[in-house]
Design a binder for this molecule. Structure first.
Ligand code: SAH
Ligand code: SF4
Ligand code: F3S
Length: 516
């Protein structure tokens, strides 16, 4: 474990000159011996240090005006957590005086907020870095930065140092609040600035946020993950579980409600572990959701749930309904107890089914969606078929499905794998056919029914049509007046497709009336 001095040292901005090969080599040696970041090995450690809460984030005065006359662009990859981090970084940029732009050509700072979950996610980022190189030639004052989960991997940092010298700065998921300092350093040094802390520690409150849209909002309730599923990089890139204090979350949601937001999604990698790290009280996701019910906002969701920590109190609270929606995203990953064991998911097929039964008994209206990985190392045909049978048994209405992708540094990456890629691809296709079949079936049931839709805007393909989502997260396209955007309306479903519903607006519902 790091002592305070090492921790402070590891938190200093470090620079390296990527055009100087010798310096790169020396630099990485320096990194391994003196600094602990970025290091997946270090990131794996779970210390007993108390989580510190900083309630008073402010952009230091010396940085005010840094962005005057400059524009920023952020491209986001990966999950909602990253999307939300982008909103925080956008808030910091605006606080520094930068303007937002949607065009890389127009930008003075380009950030790629990256995802490390699968190899193809990483390849997209490397591809994009390649595309951006010419901009750097045209505009030498441009700053290009890489942040997000890939920055936490030493292999990525080394690859960027070696091959992508168009990059000016790399910073990690624990360093977002340090963006002003990092930018300043990048302007001053004109060498690659790297600031990646492998050890998280603190929860920073009062971060500025520029939310995308004013209808739906994400609210972090916890950071990190301690589950260490054997395939997954997230516990290494996001650090240990740290929960925000309930009062800070409640205050943020109340403010969003007062601003007119209609839907909140509470975010965490493993929201069911919310509160487990509090030493001074027993407080869990069920307690938090009970508070959310009392807030005057039409819909509250949460993601992502881990089946293992989904407790009875939470089910009891969700069953009270109101603004707590009856859609649960509950990643199962596999239907085979043996595979689940190798994945270290810490539940069996039977336990998962039992949990679903319990939720359905308490909330008969509940619908389920899930995440599934196919082609886990040595997955047999029978084990894969168990996933298919579980999928049907639960009656999932949608799923994110993935082919297993080895992630360097995780235990699964070291496993010998006898499943050829063609077999994995074929399994994914078979599974997706069933996912489509069950989604189409679920959609058909809505035909003729009237559903409650939160209208988000014009449909992507046709500006004459409006689009929104039901409480159960079904996409609905319908004819209606533009004044309905941002409101909850009643829509009669006239047609059901595999992934969406078509309909006609019946009436506008008063948001207060909808909340029972
Ligand atoms: N915290 C969330 C998952 C975040 S990652 C949870 O536990 O549910 C989102 C999904 O990506 C996972 O549910 C899993 O299905 C998939 N995934 C994670 N690591 C993967 C890997 N190495 N290969 C393929 N899919 C992976
Ligand atoms: Fe990854 Fe498992 Fe944590 Fe989800 S619970 S983020 S899959 S380690
Ligand atoms: Fe990707 Fe990091 Fe999210 S790896 S899925 S962006 S937590």
């Amino acid at each position: 474990m790091m002592n305070e001095k090492q921790r402070l040292e590891s938190q200093q901005v470090q620079t390296a000159n990527p055009s100087d090969k010798k310096s790169v080599k020396d630099y990485s040696k320096y990194f391994e011996t003196v600094y602990t970041a970025p290091s997946l090995k270090e990131a794996k450690k779970r210390g007993k240090e108390e989580v510190k809460y900083h309630k008073d984030f402010n952009i230091p005065e010396e940085f005010h005006g840094m962005g005057n006359g400059r524009k920023f662009y952020i491209r986001t990859y990966g999950c909602q957590m990253n999307e939300h981090d982008t909103e925080v970084m956008a808030g910091i940029f605006l606080g520094l005086g930068y303007e937002h732009t949607e065009s890389v050509e127009d930008a003075n700072v380009i950030l790629l907020n990256t995802c490390a979950i699968r190899e193809n996610a990483e390849n997209k980022v490397f591809g994009e870095l390649g595309h951006l190189k010419h901009l750097k030639k045209e505009n030498p004052d441009l700053l290009i930065g890489v942040c997000g989960c890939m920055s936490q991997e030493e292999s990525v940092v080394n690859k960027i140092l070696k091959t992508y010298n168009q990059v000016d700065m790399i910073f990690g998921t624990h360093n977002i609040h340090r963006l002003p300092n990092i930018l300043q350093e990048a302007y001053m040094s004109k060498e690659m600035v790297i600031e990646v802390w492998s050890k998280e520690g603190d929860v920073i409150e009062n971060l500025p946020k520029v939310r995308r849209g004013n209808i739906k909002a994400w609210v972090n309730i916890m950071y990190g993950c301690d589950k260490f599923c054997t395939y997954c990089i997230v516990p290494y890139t996001r650090g240990k579980e740290r929960s925000r204090r309930p009062e800070d979350i409640i205050q943020e949601v109340r403010q969003l409600a007062a601003q007119g937001y209609q839907e909140i999604t509470l975010l965490g990698q493993n929201v069911n572990a919310y509160g487990k790290d509090f030493e001074d009280m027993k407080y869990g996701l069920g307690d938090l959701m009970d508070e959310m019910r009392k807030i005057d906002i039409p819909r509250v969701r949460f993601t992502t749930s881990h089946p293992r920590d989904f407790d009875d109190h939470l089910i009891e609270v969700l069953a009270k309904g109101g603004n707590l929606v009856e859609h649960i995203h509950l990643p199962v990953q596999s239907g085979s107890t043996d595979v689940l064991k190798i994945m270290a998911r810490k539940y069996t097929r039977e336990q998962y089914l039992e949990l679903v039964r319990k939720i359905k008994a308490a909330i008969p209206e509940a619908t389920f969606t899930t995440d599934i990985i196919v082609g886990y190392p040595n997955e047999t045909e029978e084990q894969f078929e168990e996933t298919i049978s579980l999928y049907r048994e639960v009656g999932f209405e949608a799923a994110y499905t993935f082919i297993y992708s080895p992630r360097e540094g995780t235990p699964a990456a070291k496993m010998v794998d006898n499943v050829p890629m063609e077999v994995k691809k074929e399994r994914l296709q078979r599974l997706n056919a069933i996912v489509n079949e069950l989604s189409a079936e679920a959609m058909k049931k809505y035909k003729g029914q009237t559903v409650e839709v939160l209208v988000e805007g014009e449909s992507k393909n046709n500006p004459e049509i409006l689009a929104g989502y039901t409480r159960k997260n079904k996409l609905v396209n319908f004819k209606g007046p533009k004044t309905a955007i941002g409101k909850i309306v009643s829509v009669k479903v006239t047609d059901a497709k595999t992934w969406s519903l078509n309909g006609e607006m019946v009436e506008e519902l008063d948001a207060v009336e909808v909340k029972q």
